[in-house]
Design a protein around this ligand. Structure first.
Ligand code: ZN
Length: 324
């Protein structure tokens, strides 16, 4: 990684969505990682706030001190999420596949259950691969990155390749069903429905039938079976919050988060909606970001100024405008 790129990264950190450790290379030990997509650590205040807001009630329900867990946003097309000591990571590929905040909170609840159950720290696969000390190193790297020492964090991240290693780490079938059940309890305690988690799994059930589940990191490390989904569904259907609707503010945040990620990561897709002046806020926000990404700053600024007329106090719009 050359000095120019690091300088760019440092510059990016103060503003909007930022790629921290560009192209974290895959480490050698775990075999499943051969097919992993490139990964980056993304810093974005708006999305981090949303993920924290979604996770907070689940940490509380699990008796996990929220401040002790760093929530990382990993830029990767891979559909994945993982939890390790002091860390929970959510991949952009997973966020973009969720249809509602409840689906995302379901996956988070499941990961919090792994965290609360100490699953990754105890997993046999991890000790076999000698990954325990490796994970401790990872914790430090992440802390350095999040404390603002971008360069140290980026260097550690790219050297260790820890996202790939953690993301590919498997859990036992028993740990999976325990995490499903505990996750369902946390959702219920937080006043949330477990329906989203079941729906999310259900959407990918057919993948297993065609032996394609292995395309997705999440289902490599969290094997999915029909009996597992059935057991989870039976449990959540019996809980009193099963029909609880999504909080409208959470829905709004979910749409904005997905729109922002589309604008930054898939500008060619987001730009298609720019033609419609009556499009909703998330779509126009995505358009502005996409124009910026496609090196059309004048068009981007015009769109942002229009959004600012509607939301003059929105700090993220001002942040984006400054960035452009
Ligand atoms: Zn799992």
């Amino acid at each position: 990684m050359g000095g120019r790129r690091l300088a760019h990264l440092r510059k990016g950190v103060a503003t909007g969505l930022c790629l921290l450790a560009a192209l974290v290379p895959a480490l050698s030990p775990a075999p499943a990682r051969a097919q992993s997509a490139p990964m980056t650590l993304i810093r974005d205040t708006e999305i981090e706030e949303t993920l924290r807001l979604y996770s907070q009630p689940l940490f509380t329900a699990a008796g996990v001190e929220s401040n002790s867990i760093r929530i990382l946003l990993i830029g990767s097309k891979d559909l994945n999420a993982f939890a390790g000591p002091g860390v929970m990571a959510v991949f952009t590929g997973l966020i973009l596949e969720t249809q509602s905040p409840n689906e995302l909170q379901g996956v988070i609840a499941h990961e919090v259950a792994h965290l609360a159950g100490g699953h990754s720290a105890r997993s046999g696969e991890m000790s076999q691969a000698g990954l325990r000390p490796f994970l401790l190193t990872m914790g430090l790297g992440v802390l350095a990155a999040l404390a603002g020492n971008v360069e140290a964090g980026a260097v550690l991240a790219s050297n260790a390749g820890f996202f790939g290693t953690l993301g590919a780490m498997g859990y036992s079938r028993e740990q999976e069903s325990r995490a499903d059940q505990a996750g369902a309890s946390y959702l219920e305690a937080a006043g949330l429905s477990g329906r989203g988690l079941v729906n999310f799994f259900d959407n990918f059930r057919y993948q297993e039938v065609f032996a394609e589940a292995r395309r997705f990191g999440y289902f490599r490390s969290h094997p999915l079976s029909s009996s597992r989904i059935d057991a989870l569904r039976a449990r959540v259907e019996g809980l009193s919050n099963y029909n609880a609707p999504d909080d409208p503010e959470n829905v709004r945040r979910h749409e904005i988060m997905k729109a922002k990620l589309q604008g930054f990561l898939n500008p060619g897709v987001a730009i298609v909606k720019c033609a419609d002046p009556k499009a909703d806020y998330p779509a126009r926000y995505a358009c502005a970001i996409a124009q910026y990404q496609l090196k059309e700053p004048d068009r981007a600024l015009k769109l942002i100024d229009a959004l600012l007329l509607e939301q003059p106090d929105n700090p993220y719009l001002w942040e984006l405008k400054g960035q452009i």
